[in-house]
Design a protein around this ligand. Structure first.
Ligand SMILES: *Cc1c(COP(=O)(O)O)cnc(C)c1O
Length: 403
């Protein structure tokens, strides 16, 4: 059991007043708030350990390098990867996917096929569209049902001898659906294809083990798991990353450079051109440690309770429709009320101190599939309370009556 009131004291921003009301922060799928220890870790880096990594012979540079590599190892353990060579630091989920699309994409040839699911975030669509244009590949879409569940039988039918890669989100940022990625990995591998899993919305909410998922690539962002912005992770199988050409060229990623022949660094540095965001890497480690101390199982249990409580409370409101009713669901609730425009609902909730997201949530094809333009989305984190959900439900009801 988590002591939520005590935990909330670790997040100074939760004490903010907006329009003279206590902030109710329900936009955690966009970004999470940071515990004091994460902010302090960044500060400590700049105050005490700042020096460029992998370069200096001096004390501080060695210390900074050691902290960066320690962070890499924490990430490795957190997602159950076997080797540190398989953990590449990036700017975030988006950059991790672009890295794979560019680099792994170089190994593909005209006519090869890529499958993406119907519920992807734009960052797991557009890089593949760019690649398809660049290399003459074919993009196919794995359909979903009205509840927001991927149709696994249809998925299996999409494979041909030319299918090379499947790109799927572990958890939908709009619908909350938890996709059966272990099963999808098995099916992809049976057909000789690889699978990339977008873990931006799963890693903060459930235990993740890339070995059990048996995925080939796994990506996530630091800022959605209580870490800083500007840092993200790409996990890739070592033998794959080894075969892939560099994504960017520059310092850090080379072993030697001459006009005749440049030799690239070994993994993971081959994919980390330029001075990395070592400060954020360190703070990400602190965030992962924080999550581990609370216990990801405890977090999952509380967030599920919040999700169920919110679903029940909101369903009592006249004319409210929830989008995304998958059997396995994370605590994200997308909804509309009667004819109230999502933007009006979001703006008026904001006036009550309640922060939600409105619009297409960077997943326009999902909106098109559901025949709507946008939704209001309330997304929860372990520091949220049932009282906050009551405030949300009361706010929605009040606004509904105004229309
Ligand atoms: C937020 C999100 C992304 C993009 O993450 P960035 O941190 O903006 O790069 C990708 N996929 C999903 C499912 C997301 O929720």
């Amino acid at each position: 059991m988590l002591d939520i009131e005590k935990i909330r004291q670790d997040f100074p921003i939760l004490d903010t007043q907006v329009y003279n009301r206590p902030l109710v922060y329900l936009d955690n799928a966009a970004t999470t708030q940071k515990p004091r220890c994460v902010v302090e870790a960044e500060m400590a880096e700049y105050y005490h350990y700042n020096a460029n990594v992998h370069r200096g012979v001096h004390f501080l540079s060695e210390k900074a390098t050691e902290l960066l590599e320690e962070a890499r190892d924490s990430v490795r353990v957190f997602i159950g990867a076997e080797k540190r060579e398989e953990i590449v630091f990036t700017r975030g989920t988006t950059e991790s996917i672009n890295l794979v699309a560019f680099s792994y994409g170089e190994l593909l040839k005209e006519g090869d096929e890529i499958l993406v699911s119907a519920m992807e975030h734009h960052s797991n669509i557009v890089p593949w569209q760019l690649l398809c244009q660049r290399k003459g590949l074919v993009l196919k879409v794995v359909p979903m049902n009205d509840a927001g569940e991927l149709l696994v039988e249809e998925y299996e039918k999409l494979f041909t001898a030319k299918t090379k890669l499947v790109c799927v989100t572990h958890v939908s940022n709009v619908l909350g659906s938890v996709n059966p990625v272990a099963e999808m990995s098995r099916i992809a591998h049976e057909h000789g294809a690889l699978i990339l899993v977008d873990g931006a919305q799963s890693v903060p909410h459930m235990p993740v083990d890339v070995k059990k998922l048996d995925c080939d690539f796994f990506v996530f962002s630091g800022h959605k798991i209580y870490g800083p912005t500007g840092i993200g992770v790409l996990y890739g199988r070592e033998n794959l990353l080894d075969r892939m050409p560099p994504y960017q060229g520059g310092g850090e990623m080379i072993a030697s450079v001459s006009w005749e022949k440049t030799v690239y660094e070994h993994l993971p540095y081959k994919f980390e051109a330029g001075t990395p965001n070592y400060v954020a890497s360190r703070a990400l480690k602190v965030a992962l440690d924080y999550v581990s101390t609370l216990g990801i199982e405890n977090i999952a249990a509380w967030e599920h309770e919040l999700g169920e409580y919110a679903t029940e409370s909101l369903m009592k409101i006249e004319g409210l429709r929830i989008f995304g009713n998958a059997g396995k669901k994370e605590p994200v609730i997308s909804f509309l009320v009667g004819d109230v425009h999502h933007l009006d609902m979001g703006t008026l909730l904001d006036r009550l101190g309640i922060a939600v997201r409105t619009g297409h949530h960077c997943a326009q094809p999902v909106m098109t599939r559901l025949g709507i333009e946008g939704t209001v989305r309330a997304s929860f984190a372990f520091y949220n309370t049932k009282a906050e959900i009551d405030a949300l439900a009361e706010g929605i009801e009040k606004i509904r009556r105004m229309f």
